[in-house]
Design a binder for this molecule. Structure first.
Ligand SMILES: [Zn+2]
Length: 64
């Protein structure tokens, strides 16, 4: 499976994508190694980090 690399929206540098499955949806974090800007996608659509945390919190349960 090929994933086209994204470019940083802030500086245009290549970003590193980390994907994980959340409740059957592919969630991706794109992290710029140049300026440390991070963007999130869920199912190919950009989402807020706040939404990400809600999603992950809902499905991963509480850990202590
Ligand atoms: Zn950047």
């Amino acid at each position: 499976m090929l994933v086209e690399p994204d470019k940083c929206t802030a500086c245009g540098h290549d970003v590193v994508a980390i994907t994980l499955m959340v409740d059957g949806n592919e969630m991706a974090m794109n992290s710029c190694e140049n300026c440390d800007t991070r963007t999130w996608n869920l199912g190919g659509a950009p989402i807020d980090l706040k939404v990400v945390l809600e999603q992950v919190g809902t499905h991963s349960g509480r850990r202590r």
